[in-house]
Design a protein around this ligand. Structure first.
Ligand SMILES: [Zn+2]
Length: 364
């Protein structure tokens, strides 16, 4: 095991196991079993060689005691003998086609080496990954001004509730869009995608509109309800400062009360308030920008092109009179016009889901 025998990470494939390379540990993190917080389930690593090529690696539970204490983020090692498999991870930290698993035959030796850079970034332009056609499970490097960081919140990602910290990225002073980063170390896995039915029908507590107000604050409930009408005297969109506050026209510009300054750059955002009813009562549900953009599959500025004579676009008004399953936060937000409303986390008109929900809850 000497540096002379080292190969480049980019050469690694599953044709053999005797790979030997020099790499820096760029990242090292533990994943925990939620039922047993004493022992990590796995230790995951991102390794990079002196050419800047990267690969994901994983130490399974049984090998953690053997390797973990001798591995440290930022250090450089000669590493040999891995089980190489195709990288089928749902979230890929690197673009490498393969993935390394530590085995009992794996050898590691720390070396002092300045040839391996401390980091290596390949920045992806936001226009690339925010385009509707962008599909990739690879994590991307991004550069830009952070315009806003929101509080940790519950959000749905591929049918599973996750802790999410949302960030607004500004580019050239422009707000690009919201980027959400899953906070949970439990990356999206195969099984969660099959659990959409579970989330809507079995796992999230079902409520009626009369019992919604009695739920624990901040919990999540599923409600089957009919959209009665858009709340009168409420616009379905607003002009927003980068800080998400509604701006007011001021001196040929706009003024943001939160930022206490005049602002030039504003964007249109959804804020749609529906009155929803079931056979026990009614309540106001509010669809915020991110949720509404997902549901209508278009941004608010695009939707405005469908607003004839400043009216409400059909895509929105057509919801009136129809039944939906709503997943709502039981955290009443009181806004400036003192309409108590429940924020909608997700909404679906999926007939099969609604039928399953009705069957499960014995609703006619
Ligand atoms: Zn502001």
């Amino acid at each position: 095991m000497s540096p002379d025998c080292c190969q480049s990470i980019i050469e690694i494939n599953d044709k053999k196991k005797k790979w030997c390379f020099l790499a820096r540990i760029l990242r090292l993190w533990k994943s925990w079993d939620s039922n047993n917080s004493a022992v990590p389930l796995t230790v995951d690593l991102v390794l990079m060689d002196s050419y800047g090529h990267k690969i994901d690696a994983n130490i399974g539970g049984e090998f953690i005691p053997k390797f973990h204490s001798s591995l440290r983020e930022d250090d450089v090692y000669i590493m040999c003998n891995f089980n190489v498999t195709l990288n089928h991870l749902d979230v890929k930290t690197t673009a490498h086609k393969y993935y390394l698993n530590f085995t009992k035959h794996t050898k590691i030796k720390k070396v002092d080496d300045d040839f391996v850079p401390i980091y290596s970034y390949f920045f992806t332009h936001p226009q690339v990954f925010l385009s509707p056609n962008y599909r990739s499970e690879e994590l991307v490097d991004v550069i830009g001004m952070l315009a806003k960081v929101e509080m940790e919140d519950d959000n749905f990602i591929d049918g599973e509730m996750k802790k999410v910290v949302s960030m607004d990225l500004a580019k050239d002073g422009m707000l690009d869009r919201t980027i959400s980063k899953p906070h949970s170390v439990y990356a999206i896995n195969e099984t969660t995608k099959a659990h959409v039915l579970d989330q809507w029908v079995y796992k999230t507590i079902r409520h009626t509109l009369s019992t919604l107000g009695l739920c624990a604050m901040g919990s999540m409930s599923v409600i089957l309800g009919k959209v009665e009408h858009l709340e009168p005297n409420c616009d379905w969109w607003y002009l927003s400062c980068v800080c998400n506050t509604k701006v007011i026209p001021y001196d040929n510009m706009y003024y943001c009360q939160t930022c206490s300054r005049r602002v030039l750059i504003v964007s249109q955002r959804y804020i749609i308030r529906f009155r929803v009813s079931d056979n026990t009562g009614s309540a106001t549900f509010v669809m915020h920008d991110r949720m509404a953009s997902d549901f209508y599959e278009m941004s608010c500025s695009k939707m405005l092109q469908y607003a004839i004579n400043d009216g409400v676009p059909e895509q929105i008004s057509n919801m009136v009179g129809k039944c939906y399953l709503f997943m709502v936060f039981t955290r009443v937000c009181s806004n400036s016009d003192s309409v108590n409303s429940y924020p909608v986390a997700k909404v679906t008109a999926d007939g099969a889901l609604i039928q399953s929900f009705k069957r499960h809850n014995s609703i006619e």
